[in-house]
Design a protein around this ligand. Structure first.
Ligand code: UDP
Length: 437
């Protein structure tokens, strides 16, 4: 795997450390459990880190020297991708070190992996995790991604050997992306701008969702927080877990609180609790809560270790996730796995994971009134909430356990290898058979 900015070893909750880190760590672990050797290549952002760290048997994290060995914003990393790719080429030029397939996570990893894959013959799968076209639509000029991102993502979506999308909404976005890109580049003199688009519009594509550790995130276990303090007039608790960035829409929940009497909101995420005073989004949320007269009911607690998160989620009557957009959204799944109903935005991956009226509710993004209206009946009726919670757990166990997700990913990789073998004849694929069983 290549995961240029998101190391599976990183602490979570910071601005650039979230779902991708968890996904890469868990997928690598689950593939290793199925007998594969996995190496995760990530950019060295700490001079003192060993070059190779064994995360667990079958999974090594390799720190690649590409750019200064310190944390950099991910939007500044593109310039270092040629060096990253050169290091991959150097290693994979040795057939004994070349993998059977490389799975790149995020577009810049895709750029490096495709360059290295082309130079060495290693087939390339890409999971975007997020698309620049969607980010630009929602964030406009606040989008700090390099301008070339959208074009490079379109190129990757056409030229990779496999695109692994994580939800159905992403498929529609990918089709739009390549169509727009192709029509922008089409010959304007042509009467039909889509004339050239009959073949190879999009690489072979599979939808494989992100997974969740259903043993770690489970309904039975301790609760981190005591029941809401009735002496202070509190009866219900909402929990939100996310990186503290504006697009996660935590302010929508704060804005819904004035009509949700007796309800407190615990906001998990951002840096350490004691550093939140310097976090612009935390400062903004606190000020907003104060202005709306709900400051006493909003608790920003900072990042919580992934290991401790199930106990926090179990302490919620409902988990709320109201992003403007969401490429997949692991937190809703983690909450569902804990048997907690989820009320979320009807966007991105939540459209697949949350079943309205069965496991939770979906509301339009940035709509505090709709959010309050969806939450009120759930909070008022614990039996309904418990029923949603049971259905949520069942849905996650049935569809989103990592074993299933890893098996589906492996199947998609096997198709890539089979296509290569057919195309190249019987002598290809010299590096196959390196799986541990
Ligand atoms: N997370 C965590 N502690 C925190 C904040 C987040 O462990 O304080 C984890 C969370 O459990 C989830 C991931 O970070 O696994 C966030 O992934 P998600 O897909 O919800 O959002 P992203 O950060 O990728 O946009």
């Amino acid at each position: 795997m290549v995961s240029e900015h998101a190391s599976p070893l990183a602490a979570l909750g910071g601005v650039d450390a979230g779902g991708q880190n968890v996904h890469v760590a868990a997928l690598a672990t689950a593939l290793a459990r199925r007998g594969h050797d996995v190496e995760v290549f990530t950019r060295r952002d700490d001079a003192s880190a060993a070059q190779r760290v064994t995360m667990l048997p079958g999974v090594d994290v390799v720190h690649v020297d590409a750019g200064p060995p310190r944390a950099l914003p991910k939007d500044d990393l593109l310039v270092w991708m040629p060096a990253f790719a050169a290091e991959l080429v150097r290693r994979w030029s040795d057939p004994l070190l070349a993998p059977d397939v490389v799975h790149a996570h995020f577009w810049m990893s895709g750029v490096a992996a495709l360059e290295a894959g082309r130079a060495t013959g290693v087939p390339v799968a890409v999971t975007f995790h997020a698309l620049g076209s969607v980010k630009r639509r929602h964030q406009g000029d606040d989008d700090s991604s390099p301008l070339v991102r959208v074009r490079l993502e379109a190129a990757l979506a056409r030229e990779a050997d496999l695109v692994v999308a994580t939800c159905t909404d992403e498929v529609a976005e990918l089709v739009d992306l390549v169509l727009c890109d192709a029509s922008a580049g089409a010959d304007v003199a042509s009467s039909d701008p889509f004339e050239s688009l009959t073949d190879d519009l999009l690489a072979p594509l599979r939808v494989v969702p992100c997974g969740v550790d259903v043993e770690h995130f489970c309904p039975d276990g301790p609760r981190a927080l005591p029941v809401p303090d009735a002496a202070r007039g509190l009866r219900h608790r909402l929990v939100s877990v996310s990186r503290l960035v504006e697009r996660k829409g935590v302010d929508t929940i704060v804005r819904a609180l004035p009509v949700l009497e007796g309800t407190e909101l615990v906001v998990v995420g951002g840096g350490e609790r004691e550093d939140l005073g310097r976090d612009p989004e935390a400062v903004r949320l606190r000020a907003l809560a104060g202005d709306l007269g709900v400051g006493e009911r909003v608790h920003l607690v900072g990042r919580v270790d992934h290991a401790d998160l199930p106990a926090v989620l179990r302490s919620a009557d409902a988990v709320v996730a109201t992003p403007w957009y969401e490429p997949f959204g692991l937190v809703p799944l983690e909450a569902m796995a804990c048997g907690v109903p989820v009320v979320g935005s009807a966007v991105g991956g939540l459209l697949d994971t949350v079943t309205p009226g069965v496991t939770g509710e979906l509301v339009p993004p940035r709509d505090p009134a709709a959010l309050a209206a969806a939450l009120a009946p759930l909070l008022a009726d614990p039996t309904l909430a418990a029923r949603y919670g049971r259905a949520a757990r069942a849905r996650v166990v049935e569809r989103y356990g990592w074993d299933r997700v890893a098996a589906a990913t492996e199947e998609a990789f096997a198709e890539v290898l089979a296509r290569r073998d057919v195309a190249a004849g019987p002598l290809r694929h010299a590096s196959s058979g390196r799986a541990r069983r």
